[in-house]
Design a protein around this ligand. Structure first.
Ligand code: M6R
Length: 369
């Protein structure tokens, strides 16, 4: 049932192009427009919304952090992202004008379930983004948009994450469409880009051998740091989470702009630092700033592992290891930038003799608070 792969995780990483395509399937009509009738919250209600709050845990939380950029950019609605486990304990400000989005692969995560129950008690509408048909979270929500990743068996979430991004982006576009902040042509353009992402993920998967080789050389390291900016920041957090849970290594993700506010003190000779570089075409100011960061950490001895778009030549002089990803619009870069980090963590876990599909102390679905 592992389909010839050594681990479910490897199989699920490889299934990502299909999972992404399947999650778009049936949600785009012949003219390239969005059809999300399955979101059964009436457009009238969605037009009244004045705030979006995303609740989730772990990898799903990282998907939510990325979604915030798309939601705010496309809908101009304020969007908060909160760890589900923290949410209800701080007495959050919620009312009927708040749309709460609960993201969960399993649909059984107790922290997320308790957060959405709390939101509904305050009169908010809850939309679940979930991968498991008929599970508790969608059953208790006002509406659900299912991700079509297929069953995810490995404890470390991979394909579910990419499909959560697709679903979040569809919701963001739908909100924009209903509320009139996004028009037909703009929506169709984003959908075209989203439709080509599955192919881009496939291309990344075909170039992962050097990443595996690199991972094997780092098996005895104690710490790996991850840096990113904008949507690359949650990608860095996700890369660090994967490494923690699979390789049992100390791994931390930072917003690259924070380096000078503290973390740069951690940089020492030969410390591996993975940097997710924004597109030079999209957010060029951020691109230039992160290139300076790479220079700074390399000057202090870090071993730089740079994930950058094809054609980005500015990073070449400062990269000890360069991982190329296809050029994408800024908001879509997480789809291609996350894949090398998944492969990296999986290979490091294997090199360290760890159980890839069943990391120690972890369960696939966390049904206690
Ligand atoms: O099933 P859920 O998406 O609600 O699970 C949330 C987290 O427990 C989950 O993403 C966890 O962080 C993964 N093991 C990460 O790989």
């Amino acid at each position: 049932e592992k389909g010839g792969y050594d681990y479910f995780m490897l199989k699920e990483i490889a299934e990502q192009p299909k999972a992404v395509a399947d999650t778009l399937l049936g949600r785009i009509d012949g003219s390239g427009s969005l059809t999300l009738d399955e979101v059964r919250i009436p457009p009238r209600v969605l037009r009244e919304i004045d705030k979006v709050v995303i609740v989730a845990c772990g990898t799903a939380f990282h998907a939510g952090m990325i979604a915030k950029y798309a939601i705010e950019h496309w809908t101009r609605l304020p969007c908060e992202v909160e760890l589900a486990s923290e949410f209800r304990y701080r007495d959050p400000i919620l009312d009927a004008q708040t749309l709460v989005i609960a993201i969960s692969q399993s649909g059984e995560t107790m922290d997320t379930l308790m957060a959405l129950r709390h939101a509904r008690e305050q009169g908010s509408k809850v939309l679940a983004i979930c991968n498991t048909n008929g599970s508790t979270i969608p059953r208790e929500s006002d509406a659900v948009l299912y991700t079509h990743a297929g069953p995810e068996v490995a404890v470390a979430s991979t394909k579910a994450f990419l499909t959560q991004l697709v679903a979040c982006y569809l919701v963001a576009l739908y909100l924009g469409q209903v509320r009139g902040t996004k028009w037909g042509d703009e929506i169709r353009a984003v959908i075209r880009d989203l439709s080509s992402i599955s192919g881009a993920v496939e291309r990344v998967l075909g170039t992962m051998e050097p990443v595996r080789e690199l991972a094997r050389t780092l098996a005895s390291k104690k710490t790996v740091l991850f840096l990113g900016r904008h949507v690359g920041y949650p990608v860095a957090l996700e890369g660090a989470l994967k490494l923690k849970e699979l390789a049992y290594m100390h791994a931390e993700g930072f917003a690259a702009g924070e380096l000078k506010h503290g973390p740069i003190a951690l940089i020492e000779e030969d410390l591996p630092v993975v940097v997710v570089v924004p597109s030079p075409r999209g957010r060029s100011v951020l691109h230039d700033k992160i290139v300076s960061n790479i220079q700074e950490i390399r000057a202090r001895g870090a071993r730089t592992i740079v994930i950058a778009e094809e054609g980005d030549e500015a990073v070449v002089p400062y990269a000890d290891h360069l991982v190329r990803i296809p050029a994408t619009p800024t908001l879509l870069q997480p789809f291609v930038a996350t894949v090398p980090l998944q492969v990296f963590a999986c290979e490091l876990a294997t090199a360290r003799g760890n159980e890839v599909d069943q990391p120690r102390n972890l369960a696939k679905s966390v049904t206690v608070e």
